[in-house]
Design a protein around this ligand. Structure first.
Ligand code: KIV
Ligand code: ZN
Length: 391
């Protein structure tokens, strides 16, 4: 039977927290972890336990706290890393060790000064060791995006034999094109013995702005886990944005793929992460940016007022935003002015609207946005000529 559920692996607290200047303390991490659990993510990557005593205790406390999601700790393919991660995860209801090693030619040659054979041995050793502590072991082939597919398939086959339950295929440098990344996943599906017994995972970085597109290409070709962060934060240009992949699957039901995410919590979760990390969300950010449901040109405003779907493909309430915003600027038309005036209590006749619109344009040309206070002033002027009805 085809599995249509895509697991959401959130790495806001690990890859996301690697953003310079966005370090979180344990208390802040616990608040975010609790929110991620409520949001419905399947896996929370809580940290990299060997990296510092602070990260160790964060992973430990998150393991104590989280009741629904799997809690995951990152390691290198190094014995001490794995032992320390197992210790930090020991109280988790559903613990996962995420271990791995670089597999691309450049990682093997320059980072490890090693050979493909040795890398396979280290990968097998790491997975087998992790398996002594937890049943759920995820293996990452770092820089899989630039790894030769035949070698990658070999590594995958060996770590499956060693007990890996999830295979993470990271496009670590954000280099792949969607067709290429999708084809890589398909190649593994078609060539790796035992692949049907494990979950393939997409972990895409956004260096070329393709992280979301690549992740979607990955799941269309057979992966069933996406690794992502709230607001797409992460190293360099960031990771795949959780809110984007989740809403893509929701808005394209013919793909027949869905997630366990409660989408109504997306906007508040984005605000919380932005505030805790001191990292502003760009206004034009898809799904959660301040302008994602704001309309300012007259043509669009007129359409949205007549029927929201003319210019919106997502109902803002589905992501926890109360309603679409009609922003009044010099590009707005009479329909938008009448709409906003009605919202604050005034029913304008056609003649009154014409008069109000003239004053409106004079104000709009001299400031960026016309606010409700300005409309009250405009109506005062119109009232001098003819009494405006209260809506
Ligand atoms: O981008 C990457 O390759 C990673 C791995 C450590 C999973 O973050
Ligand atoms: Zn990463």
């Amino acid at each position: 039977m085809q599995n249509n559920k895509v697991q959401i692996f959130d790495t806001t607290l690990r890859d996301g927290e690697q953003v310079p200047g966005c370090k979180l303390d344990t208390k802040q991490k616990l608040i975010i972890a609790e929110r991620l659990d409520l949001l419905g993510v399947d896996v929370i990557e809580a940290g990299f336990p060997i990296s510092s005593p602070g990260d160790f205790s964060s992973v430990m406390e998150i393991s104590n706290l989280v009741k629904n999601a799997t809690v995951c700790g990152l390691t290198r393919a190094v014995q001490k890393d794995i032992e320390v991660a197992a210790q930090a995860l020991k109280n988790a209801v559903k613990p996962r060790i995420h271990t791995g090693i670089g597999t691309s030619e450049s990682h093997i040659k320059f980072k490890f000064k090693s050979t493909q054979e040795e890398v396979i041995e280290r990968a097998k050793f790491a997975v087998s060791l992790a398996k002594n502590y937890v049943d759920d072991v995820e293996f990452y082939a770092e820089d899989a995006g630039r790894t030769d597919n035949a070698f990658l398939a070999k590594v995958c086959e060996e770590v499956i034999k060693a007990g890996a339950t999830v295979l993470n295929i990271p496009d670590t440098t954000g280099y792949c094109l969607p067709d290429e990344y999708g084809a890589k996943i398909k190649y593994l599906v078609d060539h790796v013995k035992g692949i049907e017994n494990v979950t393939l995972s997409c972990h895409c970085h956004n260096d070329l702005g393709l992280a979301t597109a690549n992740s979607i290409a990955g799941i269309i070709n057979g992966a069933r886990q996406i690794e992502c962060t709230i607001n797409g934060i992460g190293e360099r240009a960031g990771n795949t944005a959780l809110e984007e992949v989740v809403m893509i699957l929701k808005q394209h039901p013919y793909l027949n793929l869905d997630t366990n995410i409660n989408t109504k919590l997306l906007y508040d979760t984005s605000l919380m992460v932005s505030e805790k990390m001191g990292m502003v969300v760009q206004p034009n950010k898809a799904i959660v940016g301040a302008n994602a449901f704001a309309h300012s040109s007259g043509i669009h405003q007129d359409g949205v007022i007549k029927n929201r779907e003319t210019y919106e493909i997502i109902n803002p309430e589905d992501v926890g935003v109360n309603e679409s915003a009609i922003i009044l600027t010099a590009r707005s038309g009479r329909a938008a002015l009448a709409y906003r005036a009605k919202k604050i209590g005034y029913m304008l006749t056609k003649v009154q609207l014409d008069a109000a619109y003239e004053s409106f344009l004079a104000i709009a040309d001299s400031q960026q946005e016309v606010k409700d206070e300005d409309i009250h002033q405009i109506i005062k002027q119109v009232n001098k000529i003819s009494k405006v009805a209260i809506a």
